[in-house]
Write a protein that binds this ligand. Structure first.
Ligand SMILES: [Fe+2]
Length: 422
């Protein structure tokens, strides 16, 4: 772990320890049964973690965090929520993860993050007039909303600084993506936490348990949504393999193009939504080749005009294949223009300059680079240096110069990491 990252992780854990040992002067009135119950609920809900294909996580523990903030003093809240994180157990890539098989510094950092998010949100709640144990939905509307906003802001800030240090990416872009990812989901499940606090206040443990049903239902809906996206991505991959199976020279091409395109998009600070579209477009960009005869795709010599005209149709055929799928509309535009060139000499429509979307420009550079560095029926694979030279020569004629610059930096960085002298 880099030194500055160690310092940051250590600093966050130290801050959390300060929150955890914050003095509480009224120990006699603590609701011990409630604390133990909500610690168990925290472990249970944190264990219902949902992990997306892009390795993003969504925790149902937020519901219990909200409930705890409304019901308990801040030091108690931080203990309840950190216990939930420390002792949660969840499945990732088919493996069950728990405190004894997960790196301790990661567990401590995650625990510290939740301590600071709930601790600071709890302080904000009280500062704005919220009172521990008094659940009045009307008078506490503003403190509760403020509490949710502070929680999301602190949580996103702590995680985004870490990701920014780890991946050398701009903090603001990562923070924005993290906030966008959680805000709708947290606002949707926060009412369950508020109602659970009210039910606990009036009916005790039994009242709170009644809200496990809606919570599990919310989690089930999220899970269905994520599973649906997973299935969709797997289907897209299968389609892409079907195309690559026709052409022995392009096996693995779409996955490599996807990898390069995402790297460029990250360097250009594109939003997560645009990066997700690029990922799918890269995997599917040559899906239209399914309509081109195999003898043309695998031809050893140069193509006749007629054969090349057929190849030129593949972006349009690709769009026809996916245009009926509503959530692929943005992806269709990227695919349509992946062979267009900045000077207007590309195909299928000869678009030029700004008429070509940035995503297509990214895909174009990644596509050509992978083609140049792979064996083809008519030539052997080129070296990285030769391929980069050709790409740089195409700046402002074939390719967008901004995209080429970002890509060259990425490849050089990869070479440095691999210890290859450039
Ligand atoms: Fe293509």
């Amino acid at each position: 772990m880099p030194f500055k990252l160690k310092i940051y992780v250590g600093f966050i854990i130290l801050l959390a320890i300060i929150f955890l040992i914050m003095p509480y002067n009224n120990a006699g009135s603590l609701d011990i049964t409630g604390i133990i119950f909500f610690m168990a609920m925290s472990i249970l809900t944190e264990s219902l973690l949902i992990i997306t294909p892009g390795n993003r996580t969504l925790s149902m523990g937020f519901v219990i965090n909200m409930t705890a903030i409304l019901l308990f003093p801040v030091p108690v809240v931080t203990w309840i929520t950190s216990i939930g994180i420390m002792f949660r157990t969840f499945r990732n890539n088919g493996k069950r993860i728990h405190i004894f098989n997960y790196p301790m510094h990661k567990t401590l950092f995650n625990g510290a993050n939740i301590v600071l998010a709930t601790g600071i949100a709890g302080i904000a709640y009280r500062y704005l007039g919220g009172t521990v144990g008094e659940i009045d939905l009307y008078s506490l509307f503003i403190p509760t909303i403020a509490c949710i906003v502070v929680y999301i802001a602190v949580n996103a800030t702590i995680v985004s600084i870490l990701m920014s240090l780890l991946n050398n990416q701009p903090f603001l872009k990562i923070c924005y993506d993290n906030i966008i990812w959680v805000v709708r989901n947290y606002l949707a499940i926060a009412p369950i936490g508020i109602l659970m606090a009210a039910a606990y206040k009036n009916y005790g443990v039994v009242g709170a348990v009644l809200f496990l049903g809606p919570l599990l239902l919310a989690r089930y809906s999220f899970k269905l949504f994520i599973d649906m996206k997973n299935i969709y991505i797997e289907t897209v991959r299968a389609l892409s393999y079907a195309v690559e199976a026709k052409d022995k020279y392009t096996q693995g091409h779409s996955l490599r193009v996807s990898e390069y395109s995402i790297a460029i998009a990250n360097r250009l600070n594109l939003s997560q939504r645009r990066i997700d579209n690029i990922r799918i477009a890269a995997i599917l960009h040559d899906i239209g080749k399914i309509g081109v005869e195999e003898h043309i795709l695998n031809k050893q010599g140069s193509l006749t005009n007629n054969e090349f005209d057929k190849i030129k149709q593949h972006p349009i055929t690709g769009v026809k294949i996916i245009q009926e799928i509503d959530f692929l509309k943005d992806v269709a535009e990227i695919i349509l223009s992946h062979h267009e060139k900045i000077d207007g000499s590309g195909y299928p429509y000869g678009k030029k300059g700004n008429e070509i979307c940035l995503e297509s420009c990214i895909l174009s550079v990644a596509d050509v680079y992978d083609a140049l560095t792979s064996d083809r029926p008519y030539r052997a694979a080129m070296s990285t240096e030769k391929a980069l030279e050709i790409i740089e020569q195409g700046k402002d004629t074939q390719f967008s110069s901004v995209v080429v610059d970002a890509f060259v930096k990425y490849i050089n960085q990869c070479k440095e990491l691999k210890g290859i002298a450039s």
